[in-house]
Design a binder for this molecule. Structure first.
Ligand SMILES: Cc1cc2nc3c(=O)[nH]c(=O)nc-3n(C[C@H](O)[C@H](O)[C@H](O)COP(=O)(O)OP(=O)(O)OC[C@H]3O[C@@H](n4cnc5c(N)ncnc54)[C@H](O)[C@@H]3O)c2cc1C
Length: 630
C-alpha cells in the first residue's frame, strides 16, 4: 500500500515514521529513510538487472525473446492482482485497446483470448501476438505516456481483470515480483515491435538531409519504432512543384496522417514521448537533464518516495547516449551501448513513477518563497521544492561538413584503450592545444602508425604543459601542424579521409585518416542558469565549500538547488561518477526537504501539508503515553 502521506510509494515510510514518532511522542518527523525503505527497492533493482540482456532495441540487436515477452502470471499472482482491478466479460471481437489510445488500462486474461495486431497497413492487418489465460495484455506504453502502438481485441467470449492506470501504478510499487515480470515483458514486447516492419511511424526524407537525420536520431534515441524511406521520385517531383519548397522530412503516423517538417517537440507530444508537467503540482524534486547523473537521481528520488519530474531537452542518455560502447562502466564486462544503458535507466525510473518531460529544455529558473519556478521552452512552467541540475556538458565540436555523421564512427572525444584499438597501425589526427590533447597524442603515438596533431595557434607554449610539449617534440611518431584546421571529412560508411589547411601557406593536406580525436574542451550546459547561480569562469556550476547554500559537495549557491555530473565544476567527467553523484545527491535533497519543510510553501491536501499537521498533532502527544510506551 502507498504511504498515506505521500500517496506515491509503497516504500515511502513517512506515514509509518509519523505513526512511530507520534507513538514515541516526539514532534520531529524525519523525512529520511531507513534500511526498511531501501531493501525492497534494491531487491527489485537487483531482480531487474538479472535480465542483463534486455535492453530496448538498438539498431539490429538483440534477438526477440518470446519466452520473456510472454511469461504468464502464476495463479497466486493473479489472485493478488484481483484487489487492483475488476473482472469484466466481453463477447468476441471486442476491442480492448486501439492504436493511438493513451493511458490504456492493463488487462489480465482470466478466460478466453486476446489478439494483438499492428494497425492496418498496405500489407493488411497483421496479428503479432495471441494472449491466453493469465497473460498480461499490453506493451511498453503501459508504463509510459506513449500512445498505444497496437490493437487488441477479444477472440471468443473473454473474461479479463481490468486494472486501471492509477491502480497499475500502485501495483508497480507494491508488488515487486509482478512489477518485474510486467517490466521485463513490456520491454521484450517493444523489442518485438521494433522488429516489425510496419510498426510505429515512417520517416520520409533524404538520407543526407540534416533535419531528417535529426528526427531519426530523436526516434532512435527514444527507442521509438520507425522506418526511414527516401522520397519517391513522384513525391520529389510534387514537392519541387510546390514552389520549390520541400515537404520533407515528412512523418507518416500510424493512423495514416502525414506531418510535413514536424518539430521535435511537436512530434514528441504527438507520440506521447513527452509528458507535459502538471501545472497544478509542486514536485518534490525537478531534475534537469536525463544523462547518467539525472537518470540516477530520478531512480533514487522516486524509489525513495519523492514526487519527481525529469526535464530533458533532447532524449534520455545525454552524452553517454551517443556512445556506441561504454567499456568502463561497472557490471558490463563486454561493454554496454549508452543508448541501452539510458533506456533501461529510464524504464527503471518510470517503474517508480517518475514523470519525463522529454524534448523540453529548461530555459529559466527562479526561486520564489522557497519554491523553484522553472520555465521550459514554449513557456511551460514547472514548480518544485528542490532542483537537481544534471544538464551536463557538450564537447566542443568542429564546424566542418559531415561532422555529425562521423561522430562515434571516426570522431571521438576521448582517447582511451577502447578507441586505441581502432587506431593500431593507422594514421590518426588529434585536434587541440590543451593538456588533454597532448596526452592523447602521446598515448596514441605508441599505438598508431602516425599522429597528426593539429592546432590553430602558432605553438603549444601558451596552452600546454612544458613536459608534454617536450615529449611531443621528441616523438618521431607525432607531427605537430600549427596554424592548421580540418576542412573536410570524407568516407562512405565511416571516415576514411581527412583534409586540413595550413592558414599560413593555404596548402591543403589530405591523409588517409579514419580516427580523429577532437579535444578542444567541453562547454557546460549552464546558459539557462546565468545570473542565478555561481559559475566558474568556464561556466561550470560551483558547488559546496563557501559557495554552496549548505555544506554538501553538491549544493549550489541557490537555496534548494543542487548540481551533479559533468555540469558541476570539479566533477570527474565519466559515466560512473555521474551516476554516483546523481544517486547520492538524493540524500541531500531529503535532508533539505526535511530541514525546510516548515518554510516551504505547501498546498492544501499535499503530502507536506499533511505532514505538518500530523507533526503538530504529534507535538501535543501526552508525556505519559510516551513513558507508557517506553
Ligand atoms: C561520445 C562520448 C563517449 C563517451 N564515452 C565514455 C565512456 O566510455 N566512459 C565514460 O566513463 N565516460 C564517457 N563519456 C563521458 C560521459 O558520457 C559523461 O561524463 C556523462 O554522460 C556525464 O553525464 P551527465 O548526466 O552529467 O551529463 P550529460 O551526459 O551531458 O547529460 C546531460 C543531459 O542534460 C540535457 N540538458 C542539457 N541542458 C538542458 C536544459 N537546459 N534543459 C533540459 N535538459 C538539458 C542534455 O540534453 C543531456 O541529455 C563519453 C562522452 C561522449 C560524448
Amino acid at each position: 500500500m502507498a504511504c498515506r502521506l505521500c500517496q506515491i510509494s509503497a516504500y515511502c515510510d513517512r506515514s509509518r515514521t509519523l505513526d512511530a514518532r507520534a507513538r514515541f511522542g516526539t514532534n520531529r518527523i524525519e523525512l529520511r529513510f531507513g534500511e526498511e525503505h531501501l531493501s525492497p527497492t534494491v531487491k527489485e533493482i537487483g531482480a531487474m538487472t538479472v535480465r542483463d540482456e534486455s535492453p530496448l532495441k538498438i539498431a539490429n540487436d538483440p534477438e526477440f525473446r518470446p519466452d520473456l515477452a510472454f511469461t504468464p502470471l502464476t495463479e497466486a499472482m493473479v489472485e493478488r492482482l484481483r484487489t487492483y482491478g475488476k473482472e469484466e466479460s466481453y463477447p468476441t471481437d471486442s476491442p480492448l485497446f486501439t492504436h493511438g489510445d493513451r493511458g490504456v488500462d492493463m488487462f489480465v486474461i482470466l478466460q478466453g483470448e486476446v489478439d494483438v495486431s499492428l494497425p492496418p497497413s498496405v500489407a493488411g492487418c497483421k496479428t503479432i501476438w495471441k494472449h491466453r489465460r493469465f497473460a498480461v495484455a499490453g506493451e511498453l506504453n503501459l508504463l509510459t505516456t506513449q500512445a498505444c502502438l497496437v490493437d487488441g481485441k477479444t477472440v471468443g467470449d473473454t473474461t479479463v481483470l481490468r486494472i486501471s492506470r492509477q491502480e497499475l501504478q500502485r501495483l508497480m510499487r507494491e508488488e515487486g515480483d509482478i512489477a518485474n515480470l510486467i517490466t521485463s515483458a513490456v520491454i521484450w514486447r517493444r523489442i518485438g515491435i521494433l522488429g516489425e516492419e510496419t510498426a510505429g511511424v515512417t520517416l520520409i526524407g533524404h538520407s543526407n538531409d540534416a533535419a531528417t537525420r535529426e528526427l531519426q536520431r530523436f526516434l532512435v534515441r527514444n527507442s521509438y519504432p520507425h522506418r526511414v524511406a527516401e522520397p519517391s521520385s513522384m513525391e520529389r517531383a510534387t514537392s519541387e512543384v510546390d514552389a520549390g519548397l520541400s515537404r520533407f522530412p515528412t512523418v507518416v503516423l500510424s493512423d495514416g496522417r502525414s506531418w510535413h517538417k514536424p518539430t521535435i517537440s511537436g512530434l514528441a507530444d504527438e507520440l506521447g514521448i513527452t509528458e507535459l508537467p502538471d501545472p497544478g503540482r509542486i514536485y518534490d524534486v525537478a531534475i534537469v537533464g536525463a544523462g547518467p547523473s539525472g537518470l540516477a537521481a530520478a531512480v533514487y528520488a522516486a524509489s525513495e518516495g519523492l514526487c519527481t519530474i525529469v526535464i530533458e531537452g533532447v532524449a534520455p542518455g545525454g552524452q553517454a547516449g551517443t556512445s556506441s560502447k561504454i567499456e568502463n562502466y561497472l557490471g558490463f564486462p563486454t561493454g554496454v551501448s549508452g543508448l541501452r544503458l539510458a533506456s533501461r535507466a529510464q524504464l527503471q525510473a518510470l517503474k517508480f513513477g517518475v514523470s519525463f518531460a522529454i524534448s523540453r529544455e529548461t530555459v529559466r529558473s527562479e526561486e520564489i518563497d522557497g519554491i523553484h519556478q522553472l520555465t521550459l521552452a514554449g513557456g511551460i512552467p514547472v514548480r518544485a521544492r528542490s532542483v537537481v541540475v544534471a544538464s551536463g556538458a557538450q564537447y566542443r565540436t568542429l564546424s566542418v561538413e559531415n561532422y555529425r555523421r562521423y561522430e562515434n564512427c571516426g570522431i571521438y572525444y576521448a582517447a582511451t584503450a577502447m578507441e586505441s584499438v581502432f587506431c593500431r597501425d593507422k594514421e590518426v589526427v588529434v585536434v587541440g592545444g590543451g593538456n588533454s590533447a597532448g596526452q592523447a597524442a602521446l598515448f596514441l603515438s605508441g599505438i598508431a602508425k602516425h599522429v597528426h596533431h593539429l592546432v590553430r595557434t602558432h605553438s603549444l607554449a601558451k596552452t600546454m604543459s612544458q613536459y608534454l610539449i617536450s615529449r611531443i617534440e621528441k616523438s618521431p611518431n607525432i607531427t605537430l601542424h600549427t596554424r592548421s584546421e580540418i576542412v573536410a571529412l570524407d568516407g562512405d560508411l565511416s571516415l576514411d579521409q581527412v583534409k586540413w589547411v595550413h592558414h599560413g601557406t593555404g596548402v591543403i593536406t589530405a591523409a588517409p585518416v579514419s580516427n580523429v580525436f577532437v579535444m578542444i574542451g567541453a562547454e557546460p550546459n549552464s546558459g539557462w542558469l546565468f545570473g542565478s547561480v555561481t559559475l566558474d569562469k568556464k561556466g561550470f556550476i560551483l558547488t559546496g565549500g563557501s559557495v554552496g547554500f549548505e555544506n554538501t559537495p553538491y549544493a549550489t549557491s541557490m537555496r534548494g538547488m543542487f548540481a551533479v555530473g559533468d555540469v558541476r565544476a570539479q566533477s570527474v567527467k565519466r559515466v560512473a561518477s555521474a551516476v554516483g553523484e546523481g544517486s547520492v545527491v538524493i540524500s541531500d535533497v531529503h535532508r533539505y526537504l526535511a530541514d525546510h519543510r516548515n518554510s516551504l510553501a505547501a498546498e492544501r491536501n499535499s503530502a507536506l501539508a499533511a505532514l505538518r499537521s500530523a507533526n503538530a498533532a504529534a507535538a501535543h502527544d501526552t508525556p505519559d503515553r510516551v513513558e507508557g510506551r517506553q
